[in-house]
Design a protein around this ligand. Structure first.
Ligand SMILES: Cc1cc2nc3c(=O)[nH]c(=O)nc-3n(C[C@H](O)[C@H](O)[C@H](O)COP(=O)(O)OP(=O)(O)OC[C@H]3O[C@@H](n4cnc5c(N)ncnc54)[C@H](O)[C@@H]3O)c2cc1C
Length: 432
């Protein structure tokens, strides 16, 4: 067991995502020991995963080593460890690396893909929650284009060239837009033999509109943009089943496809040891307004894994980066107030707006009462995402890739480094 060495309080943070990193940064120079545990040794900028999946960016350019983020923070330690469970009765976190004790625990483990209990969909569709999954998706897309080029079975070729994105939130909209651009700009260049083939992109959304969390003008514009880009949209229907070949929608539609991309739901990634009575719908840990887990004095949850439920806000805040960042900052302040015996401040979300990009020169942005669609929204989207990326080199690489992509309508990131096996749903290195 790793016990703390110093007399000062030890704050253990599980998760180096947007929320966890903010807490740790804000605790710099404070008289506390900060220990971060993450199963990855890097921070992931999830909003750009779809660009990795569609070959616009390399995976490395949207991740940043956690140790490097904190090089100059003396009170900070990092361990790459997968947390199995927490044991609040003995203030201990149990990981694959051993046990770690804490005085205060911050759970910031984010969210994972939700298949709503459907094992068949879990087995056969592609999730995209981390860099490895985005790279798997890129491998599958490119492998299927390679196969489509050589197969003599016309039905199979159509299935390989049919892409179904499930979920019409920002991720699904961005993915289907990027696939449409792959068809428009890349297919003929890289695969001249498929130039006249009919690559299809479908988007299936259960709600009656796309981007349901955004304003109506944004939803309408997103649908218009995607329709112009020849994405076939199904609204108000649900995917009933997919066996790896045949996808059935609950309105009776059947689509034969080898590519189903699942962007239809998230659930909190809760470590073991958290009692079910403090878990809300969507597997989110229920906290009070200072992000303290109900029933505990020294255990806190922030970001996507948490639901700050109050009378005014019974469902909790949306699972977006701004909520995670703001909760991280506020929790660091509140932890220092608790340690110093001072009053705490309740968390209040300051909604800075929502954006989604659909394709070249096409995005939608809701910034309070201001609503933009089209080129200006797209510029704004790029600017905000570039500024938010961790590290100067990542910003420079992404900017360079975007500039090259914009002027050449091409990119150099379409490598199949790992072969994706649809039988095992795992990757193997292509060349050994
Ligand atoms: C594809 C995609 C696109 C998105 N686009 C946008 C967008 O455009 N705008 C926006 O605002 N938000 C977007 N989001 C949501 C946004 O990324 C999340 O709200 C945000 O990442 C939440 O931050 P977090 O710190 O709570 O969790 P995360 O950033 O998910 O970080 C959680 C961390 O915990 C670690 N972890 C998890 N379980 C364990 C464990 N058992 N042991 C150790 N470590 C663990 C993970 O490795 C990870 O590093 C998007 C999300 C996805 C998936």
């Amino acid at each position: 067991m790793d016990k703390k060495q110093n007399a000062i309080p030890r704050i253990v943070i599980i998760g180096g995502g947007f929320a966890g990193v903010q807490v740790a940064k804000k605790l710099k120079n404070q008289p506390v020991e900060v220990l971060m545990l993450d199963k990855h040794n890097y921070h992931t900028f999830q909003p750009l995963l779809y660009q990795v999946a569609t070959g616009a960016l390399e995976g490395d350019s949207i991740g940043f080593p956690l140790r490097r983020l904190f090089t100059h923070q003396k009170n900070f330690t990092f361990h790459m460890a997968e947390v199995d469970r927490v044991d609040p009765a003995i203030n201990t976190v149990i990981t694959n690396l051993g046990d770690f004790t804490y005085d205060y625990l911050v759970i910031a483990t984010g969210a994972n893909t939700n298949y709503f209990g459907n094992k068949e969909l879990e087995r056969n569709t592609m999730p995209m929650k981390n860099i490895a999954e985005a790279q798997n998706l890129r491998s599958l897309i490119l492998q299927n284009l390679e196969k489509a080029l050589v197969t003599t079975d016309e039905m199979e070729r159509n299935a390989l060239l049919t892409f179904v994105v499930v979920g019409g939130g920002p991720t699904g909209v961005e993915l289907s837009g990027a696939l449409s651009e792959l068809r428009q700009y890349i297919l003929c260049k890289d695969y001249p033999g498929l130039c006249n083939a009919d690559m299809k992109v479908y988007l299936v959304e259960g709600k009656t509109e796309l981007l349901a969390a955004m304003s109506s003008p944004a939803s309408v514009a997103a649908k218009k943009f995607l329709t112009e880009m020849e994405v076939t949209i199904f609204n108000g229907v649900h995917v009933a089943s997919y066996d790896g070949h045949m996808l059935k929608i609950d309105d009776g539609t059947v689509i034969i496809t080898r590519n189903v991309l699942w962007a239809a739901g998230v659930r909190g990634e809760i470590p073991g040891g958290i009692p079910p009575e403090v878990v809300a719908k969507g597997a989110r840990i229920i906290t009070d307004d200072i992000n303290r887990v109900k029933g505990y004095q020294n255990v806190f949850a922030i970001g996507d894994v948490s639901a700050v439920t109050t009378e005014a806000n019974p469902k909790g805040y949306p699972g977006v980066a701004q909520v995670a960042l703001q909760q991280g900052k506020q929790l660091a302040n509140n932890l220092m107030s608790i340690i110093n015996g001072k009053p705490t401040m309740p968390f209040k979300y300051n909604d800075l707006g929502t954006m989604a990009t659909i394709g070249r020169n096409k995005a939608v942005a809701d910034l309070g009462k201001l609503r933009f669609q089209g080129f200006f929204a797209w510029l704004l989207w790029m600017f905000v995402h570039l500024l938010s990326l961790a590290g100067f080199s990542n910003k420079a690489i992404v900017f360079f890739n975007w500039a090259v992509g914009y002027f050449t309508r091409n990119s150099d990131n379409r490598l199949i480094v790992h072969h994706f096996d649809t039988k095992t749903m795992m990757t193997d290195p292509v060349a050994r």
